[in-house]
Design a protein around this ligand. Structure first.
Ligand code: F6P
Length: 358
């Protein structure tokens, strides 16, 4: 078992509900194993600036129920510079930090890899409401964000029903439509627009018009923020205008925005966060590093960070020259299979949504 004096924890990039549950699990498990814990505030920027404090079990008491991150977050371009890394390593030296658990998305994992290569073994935990980290089936925050969307859309449906209106609701997700797809399906939306699938606007508008013709009063459409804009209009706003213009149905537009990034994490997010935090410390103590904790086939599975990052680029069609050179044929086959599974899941759900919404 690797001997560590102190493990540092940081949260970086966009926050996600459940981050606190993961911070708590990392801290508690490290303390349980007799390792001291250092909280690093405001992500990698805090590591550069020495914004750190020794954590006690009391510091993580009661935080499992809260959204946001008690360690605060930031995006730190400086961390990727040589100067930034030098200052971060100095902080580690001054505070006896031997290893780091970094919570966040792909930028956070790149930082963890850099730290590992500079002698500070690091492990990543995937936190983002977008669920767009291809290596894992679930990221921390996805479930809570979707449940928040669910309550908002359910509420909007009630007022749409009263006033015989349509509402187009835009949800976050960056370039990924998974939040829109899952919440569209589970709120009974008549139309779902996501960047992963071709969106047949005429068909969707026709469906809304025909539902109205059959007497349906409240009409709901979900659109992902990742849809390509039309001129200088966000797609969701444009779509709402088109519905009203072409059908005469009074149509409102709502953007859920950052509200879905906050709030008390759901049971699922707390559980995933707890399991990943616990496993991250176990991995470090077993001498492992440069991994991201993933969920594969419903179980916690560590994946090498570089593999996870390149798999992500493969899935998103952003591979660069030489990206695949370092992998074996077996690894490449496994990456392709994961991409196929992810795409197939989306196609299946999308098709299901179209089949049963009329
Ligand atoms: O990645 C999480 C996310 O909330 C995305 O869904 C969204 O596109 C982006 O972050 C918003 O970023 P910011 O908090 O910088 O506005």
């Amino acid at each position: 078992m690797a001997k560590f004096r102190k493990i540092g924890i940081l949260t970086s990039g966009g926050d996600a509900p459940g981050m606190n549950a993961a911070v708590r699990a990392v801290a508690r498990e490290a303390m349980h194993e007799g390792v001291q814990v250092v909280g690093i505030r405001e992500g990698y920027q805090g590591l550069i600036e020495g914004n750190v404090f020794d954590m006690t079990t009391h510091d993580v008491s009661g935080i499992i129920t809260h959204g946001g991150t008690v360690l605060y977050s930031s995006r730190s371009p400086m961390f990727m510079t040589d100067e930034g890394m030098k200052m971060a390593l100095k902080t580690c030296e001054e505070h006896d930090i031997d290893a780091i658990v970094a919570l966040g998305g792909d930028g956070t994992f790149r930082g963890a890899t850099k730290l590992t290569h500079n002698g500070i073994p690091s492990i990543g935990i995937p936190c983002t409401i977008d669920n767009d980290i291809t290596a894992t089936e679930h990221t921390i925050g996805f479930d809570t964000a979707m449940n928040t969307v669910l309550s908002m859309v359910d509420a909007l449906r009630e007022t749409c029903e009263s006033h015989k209106r349509c509402n187009v609701i835009e949800v976050m997700g960056r370039d990924c439509g998974l939040i829109a797809l899952h919440t569209g399906l589970t709120t009974g939306a008549l139309a779902i627009a996501i960047p992963e699938m071709p969106f047949d606007e005429d068909f969707a508008i026709g469906k809304l018009a025909s539902a109205r013709a059959q007497g349906k009063r409240g009409l709901i459409a979900l659109a992902s923020e990742g849809m390509k804009p039309v001129g200088d209009h966000k797609y969701s706003e444009y779509f709402a205008e088109q519905i009203e213009k072409r059908t005469g149905i009074e149509t409102k537009f709502a953007r859920c925005g950052h509200i879905i990034r906050g709030g008390a994490p759901t049971l699922r997010d707390r559980l995933i966060a707890t399991a990943m935090g616990y496993a991250a410390v176990q991995e470090l103590l077993a001498g492992k590093s440069n991994e991201v904790m993933c969920i594969i086939d419903g179980k916690i599975a560590p994946v090498e960070i570089n593999y996870a990052l390149i798999l992500d680029r493969m899935y998103k069609g952003r591979l660069e020259d030489g990206d695949l050179d370092q992998f074996t044929q077996e690894q490449l086959a496994s990456m392709k299979e994961t991409c196929r599974i992810r795409r197939r899941e989306i196609e299946y759900l999308y098709q299901m949504a179209n089949s049963i919404s009329f």
